[in-house]
Write a protein that binds this ligand. Structure first.
Ligand code: RFL
Ligand code: PHB
Length: 392
């Protein structure tokens, strides 16, 4: 069998790439390890940069986003018993972010791809890629019905996340990796409780970081900094709420509690692998880079990568022009490194490092005070948070 573009992975990166290519008349096949239900239920990110939301709208995916997404014009930073508001619309030229969960983006993309008759194969196994440095790379997999398939492609997109098979298919000697682990993790709770805040609260507390986010006006999403090897079972709901109430404590204000819908622990890592291209294999999203979630950048980077990739593949496959494909990796990596720095900066400013000397806390507090009092410093945070130059 043949297809112009073989896509490994039906996360946001793979699904959106297939959609953007279809808008340009280029067919693709997506192969995905998991079931549709699993992909649609996987709890992850919640914030879209202005450019990501605009791109989804321009690609015809804005109906539910506009009806159900919550536009946020800023965030709160809490430290030292005070809560400060950063007004992004004022600080970042009128731009804002939209709270719309990754689960909803994925549901919208799957529904739209299937309605367009796309070739989307769930529950495949034994995915493998070969002949990547030739003009006819191969994508092999075993379909859900047990049949072994081989697709001859013009290009393959590795959108298979951090644990996928595409990045390791690039010879080690051609890859450079930058990696940093953090000595903490996040315990996330999705709860049936109305958010107690109109915008997200990022809190630095002597016990550790806490984040109050939301999914909609009935559902809150909250996170706590915990030890890296934490098991969710060690945190019964009562212990989670107690820690959240302590870390967000302000006179006359309390977190609204409710039954948990999901509780999970997320490790924290910064990771970049370059280049993002090898021959006719192009990596996008978490397959090439991971950021700690404190800057809300992971999903937005995946969207940015495939927006660049859709243009590059269009030029390569429809017009035989390889210039954008040749520039793909460098174009993406410049945004990737900006987000990597911002996410590292937000993370290290707001988390308690176990075993750190007292000077660390004093430096963090000084930086937070600067970010909430100097216009230049708050503009820096705001313009990074709302996102970088618009996507086409
Ligand atoms: P995904 O979403 O991981 O999708 C990759 C897809 O590839 C499939 N796959 C394969 N398919 C076929 N064959 C194989 N061999 C395959 N191996 C893997 C997987 O099943 C999956 O469906 O990557 P993508 O599309 O690049 O999207 C990236 C985003 O998902 C990610 O950056 C963010 O969700 C990161 N992230 C967060 N980002 C934020 O901005 N804010 C957050 O709050 C936030 N929370 C999170 C997160 C990532 C998490 N991970 C990776 C465990 C919380 C978690 C738990
Ligand atoms: C979320 O809503 O899941 C979320 C929001 C902002 C972050 C991380 C996660 O920085």
């Amino acid at each position: 069998m043949r297809t112009p573009v073989g896509i490994v992975g039906a996360g946001p990166a793979g699904l959106l790439l297939s959609h953007l290519l279809a808008l340009r008349g280029i067919e693709s096949v997506i192969v995905e390890l998991r079931s549709r239900a699993y992909c649609e239920a996987r709890q992850r990110a919640g914030v879209l940069e202005q450019g990501s939301a605009d791109l989804l709208r321009a690609a015809g995916l804005g109906t539910r986003l506009d009806a159900e997404g919550l536009e946020h014009g800023g965030i709160y930073l809490q430290f030292d018993g005070e809560r400060h508001h950063l007004d992004f619309r004022d600080l970042a030229g009128g731009r804002s972010v939209t709270v719309y969960a990754q689960t909803e983006v994925v549901k919208d993309l799957i529904a739209s791809r299937l309605a367009d008759g796309a070739n989307l194969e769930f529950e495949v196994s034994g995915t493998a890629v070969a002949d990547l440095d030739t003009g006819r790379p191969l994508l092999r997999y075993t379909a859900a019905d047990g049949t072994r398939r081989e697709l001859a492609c013009d290009a393959i997109a590795g959108c298979d996340g951090f644990h996928g098979i595409c990045r390791p298919a690039i010879p080690d000697r051609l890859r450079t990796v930058w990696e940093r682990g953090y000595p903490y993790a996040w315990l996330g709770i999705l709860a049936e409780a109305p958010p107690a805040t109109d915008e997200l609260i990022y809190a630095r507390h002597p016990d550790g970081f806490a984040l109050h986010s939301m999914r909609n006006l009935q559902t809150s999403k909250l996170y706590l900094q915990v030890e890296p090897d934490t098991r969710a079972e060690d945190w019964p709901e009562a212990r989670i709420w107690q820690a959240l109430q302590e870390r967000f404590a302000l006179p006359g204000w309390a977190v609204k509690e409710g039954p948990a819908l999901d509780i999970a622990v997320t490790p924290m890592r910064s990771f970049v692998s370059a280049p993002m291209r090898y021959g006719r294999l192009f990596l996008a999203g978490d397959a090439a880079h991971i950021v700690p979630p404190t800057g809300a950048k992971g999903l937005n980077l995946a969207i940015a990568d495939v927006t660049v990739l859709a243009d590059a593949l269009t030029e390569l496959l429809l017009r035989g022009d390889h210039r954008l494909a040749d520039a793909y990796s460098d174009t993406c990596l410049s945004r990737v490194w900006r987000s990597t720095h911002f996410s590292w900066w937000m993370t290290t400013m707001l988390h308690r490092t176990p075993g750190a000397d007292p000077m660390e806390a004093a430096l963090q507090l000084s930086q937070l005070r600067y970010v909430t009092t100097s216009r230049a410093a708050s503009v820096t945070l705001a313009e990074n948070y709302v996102g970088y130059p618009p996507l086409r």
